[in-house]
Design a protein around this ligand. Sequence first.
Ligand SMILES: [Zn+2]
Length: 221
Amino acid sequence: MRILVLLGAPGAGKGTQAHILARHLGLPRIATGDLFRAAVRAGTPLGLEVKEFMERGEFVPDETTVRMLLERLDAPDASHGAILDGFPRNRAQASALDESLAKRGSRVELALYIAVPEDELLARLSGRWVCQAHGHTYHEVAYPPRVPGVCDVDGSPLVQRDDDRPEVVRARLENQLGGLREVVDYYRPLGILRVIDGRRPIAAVTADLLDAIEPKPYWRA
Ligand SMILES: [Zn+2]
């Protein structure tokens, strides 16, 4: 059973790569947010537990999250393993996951960290502008309008949502990077961390990820 952990900050392209890898490797992509929603919808005992936490606006405890994850790993489509997308989120979750997997004679095979410098993350996350009339969206770097501040389609002014302002994005990012750094530091000394340069185009990042997961035999390298 191959358990692969995919790590990356928001804006690093982790979600995109998780989907591509899942298809490529024939493994399910497991995101705890999806699991929570599915369990709540299905009304399972665990789902009811999760629902209470969510309704109180609290985080689901690590122990519950790990239990749900293990249950998911028991599903037939995960018999060969899975790609964990967005979990673990902090050191406590990483070590809880390890303990639970060890009890089943399993372990995390690799932690793949798609690394993107903070400045670049900020540029990717905060450059969004939206047209006032119809909500057409632009991005300062990735998809700029022909005339700055004006919608290409209808000529209406472009505005930036509060959520997309650099200072708001920076604060949110700082918050999320703390847990990510913990998890990276947790896996590094275990020798299973692979750092992938996430600044390049999607296909190049995918190729590096696949190389890290399935290194070519030395006689073919
Ligand atoms: Zn528009």
